[in-house]
Design a protein. Structure first.
Length: 150
């Protein structure tokens, strides 16, 4: 497990580190509490990958599709409202996984973890603790990110 402690103004550097893992990872999962910065990190990654315009959380649509000028495709999922992997499969979303020249970013991936068995970077974001205080809640801009490749 790799760990990064960062402030929100360092988000571009964090995104760059994760983008460097794309040759090994076709899927990136993002877990953490509400408001920890999952969507912000995905938004920054997509910006650096050449996506122009607004990048919104797909909370109500489940998935947003983006394509950059190089013809690469990115699928951004928010599975907060998906109950289990059968819901994901019934919607046909499993067909988006592991497509050529595409990458998948999944927030709240827990219901479909059994489907993610190769080339996955698991990213966990949380509010960071400091030596003098316990983990903060919202309002503190320090974050702790852990990632591992499976």
């Amino acid at each position: 497990m790799n760990k990064i402690i960062y402030c929100l103004d360092q988000l571009p550097e964090v995104a760059k580190k994760l983008i460097a893992l794309m040759p090994q990872c076709a899927v990136f999962t993002f877990t953490g509490p509400l408001g920890a910065g999952k969507t912000s990190l995905v938004r920054e990654m997509l910006r650096q990958l050449g996506i122009k315009g607004a990048v919104a959380s797909p909370t109500f649509t489940y998935v947003n599709r983006y394509e950059n000028p190089q013809g690469q495709t990115f699928y951004h999922f928010d599975l907060y409202r998906i109950v289990d992997k059968q819901d994901f499969i019934a919607a046909g979303f499993d067909e988006y996984l592991y497509q050529p020249n595409s990458w998948v970013f999944i927030e709240w991936p827990e219901p479909i973890m059994p489907l993610l068995n190769k080339n996955v970077c698991h990213v966990k974001i949380d509010y960071a603790a400091s030596p003098t205080k316990p983990k903060a809640k919202t309002g503190d801009d320090r974050r702790e990110l852990e990632y591992r490749i499976a």
